[in-house]
Design a protein around this ligand. Structure first.
Ligand code: ZN
Length: 189
């Protein structure tokens, strides 16, 4: 995971830095997201895309309701479409359109047609929902992949999956970007 470079456009940098600073996210104090995430997993195992879509819609309805933002729509595709909005190359599994508030997630990778694992799929859903939150809750005019963004989406993912949140360690890269230091993040020190 690599963050976006700070924007050069006037007026965008302050919001970018704000996105970078917000490292945590309020999380529901009940098990609702865990329950709906489990139904996404069950639907993926059964392999019916209509059921997966319904379960994803339930998940996004629950998250939108909790954060009091307009609900976003979701489309579950069998394979990755040719045209993808995400400009970040490793995000192979989903995208979000802020104008239509539509999340698209796909169940197979483009090249090898491998089925996306549940963990990756849920993580993608949380990632795309956090783009929705950036516009609808935080009021950002753009939704950058900052350290804060990745930490917010990881918090949502771990909450929904029922796994402990790991502290993310970052390494500075050229051009004001950051990448996750996975060995340190795994060790936790
Ligand atoms: Zn993204």
């Amino acid at each position: 995971m690599l963050t976006d470079a700070p924007p050069r456009k006037d007026g965008h940098l302050a919001r970018f830095l704000e996105s970078d600073r917000i490292r945590s996210l309020d999380l529901p104090q009940n098990g609702r997201l865990l329950t709906v995430a489990k139904s996404v997993e069950a639907a993926m195992k059964a392999g019916k895309s209509a059921d997966v879509r319904r379960a994803c819609a339930d998940f996004l309805a629950a998250t939108s309701d909790f954060y009091r933002v307009p609900p976003c729509a979701v489309r579950v595709l069998a394979a990755r479409p040719l045209r993808v909005r995400e400009n970040w190359a490793t995000e192979l599994f989903g995208d979000y359109n802020p104008e239509t508030m539509l999340i698209r997630v796909w169940m197979r990778t483009a090249v090898r047609k491998q089925v996306t694992s549940f963990g990756t799929f849920l993580s993608t859903l949380c990632h795309e929902f956090c783009h929705h939150l950036d516009y609808q809750e935080f009021g950002f005019r753009d939704s950058w992949h900052t350290r804060g963004f990745y930490e917010r989406s990881a918090a949502l993912y771990h909450h929904a999956r029922g796994t402990p949140t790991k502290r993310l360690f970052w390494v500075a890269m050229p051009g004001g970007r950051w990448r996750i230091d996975w060995p340190r993040t795994s060790r936790g020190i």
